[in-house]
Design a protein around this ligand. Structure first.
Ligand code: UT7
Length: 336
């Protein structure tokens, strides 16, 4: 049977360390508030002067993942780039990354699914691989949030959460009858909640798409009904975890590690409680990176592999909920 396996991973964080205390110079907040409400202690942002886009961060992460996988750029059949903060309005960051990798005709696809971008990316890659359309897919999750946040007190509920970063995963087709690779996936979307977490402008439905009034009102910054998103996450994550397990007939206990999206430590703690699983089975690194959206799950995966928390024979569940709203889960087992 042809399955999709993770051949190698890599991550890259930009060098500018922004602690909770650093944020207090721009907005009325406190390190304690951020820590208690979100679990975040620090995050990394790109240099303040700009010039670094998501494809730049993605490029650094991709080079590491490819090196660990023994891939050259020419081996890649498809690039899938998940981001909500593309370098440009268009073309997609995947095209820019392909160029940085020296590729001139390899297809590149951007996924704009925010916090579930990596999950949608994995699912799409799995479909390409199992249908025979591609053998090796470079999947990247990368975000530069910092250049698009309202760091004044007006935007503090959103700005304190987000960090910049990237992670890449090399996905490869493998012939196996073993229960390895991507085992099952469940993806969902409910656009009725779109306005609970969004960036309004630039918007094609507005003419002009962005004007001085919108800029003055901060409509180019993300806004969030945090409580509503939180409530949805706490309800949907256990639901979708159960759904993906049911697809495979596996019991909850078969999962060695849950790697959830890193949106708020309290969401992941609530998930553990609702599922009645020990918190030691949930991988969290939001404390150090903040919410890196499409990068958060592969970033956590890369760390978990590096630390030996997961490896040969481990079963992992990736899951998350975010803007859209979209939510989903992917069940994966490392080959032995
Ligand atoms: O990855 C994408 C998906 N996103 C999520 O999953 C995020 C889900 N939501 C959350 O993580 C939380 O809702 C937040 C962390 C965003 C906010 O926490 P909260 O406990 O829901 O706080 P709140 O928005 O209800 O605000 C409580 C109070 C308010 O003051 P009053 O009205 O009670 O006087 C806010 O103005 O906290 C105030 N506040 C802050 N205070 C200090 C909001 N942001 C801040 C801040 N520093 N940064």
């Amino acid at each position: 049977m042809e399955k999709t396996i993770i051949k190698g991973t890599g991550r890259y964080l930009p060098p500018r360390l922004v602690t909770n205390d650093t944020l207090t110079q721009w907005m009325d907040t406190s390190s304690d508030w951020i820590l208690q409400r979100t679990g975040i202690e620090q995050r990394y942002w790109v240099p303040e002067q700009g010039g670094v886009g998501s494809s730049d961060l993605g490029f650094e992460a991709a080079k590491i993942a490819m090196e660990r996988s023994g891939w050259k750029a020419d081996d890649i059949d498809l690039i899938i780039f998940a981001t909500l903060s593309p370098d440009l309005f268009f073309p997609g960051s995947g095209c820019l990354l392909a160029h940085k990798l020296g590729l001139t005709s390899t297809p590149a696809l951007d996924i704009r699914q925010q916090c579930t971008g990596f999950l949608y990316g994995m699912t799409t890659a799995d479909a390409y691989i199992r249908s025979g359309l591609a053998k090796r897919i470079l999947l990247v999750g990368a975000e530069v949030h910092s250049t698009g946040l309202d760091i004044s007190t007006r935007g503090r509920d959103v700005a304190v959460i987000f960090g910049d970063g990237a992670a890449a995963v090399c996905l490869e087709r493998m012939e196996t009858d073993d229960k390895a690779g991507i085992l099952a996936a469940c993806m969902h979307a409910d656009g009725s909640l779109a306005e609970s977490l969004m960036t309004f402008a630039p918007a094609s439905r507005e003419n002009p798409r962005l004007d001085a009034k919108m800029l003055a009102e901060g409509r180019h910054f993300p806004t969030m009904d945090g409580k509503n998103i939180f409530k949805n996450a706490v309800r949907r994550l256990p639901e979708v975890a159960g759904e993906v397990l049911k697809k495979t007939g596996m019991p909850l206990e078969a999962v060695d590690l849950f790697i959830p999206h890193q949106a708020n430590l309290r969401i992941n703690q609530a998930f553990a409680k609702a599922m009645d699983i020990p918190e030691s089975k949930i991988y969290n690194n939001i404390q150090r990176y903040g919410n890196t959206t499409a990068a958060s799950i592969p970033l956590a995966l890369d760390e978990a592999i590096e630390k030996g928390v997961v490896g040969a024979g481990s079963t992992v569940m990736f899951l998350g909920l975010g803007a859209g709203v979209t939510w989903g889960a992917v069940l994966y087992r490392f080959g032995v």
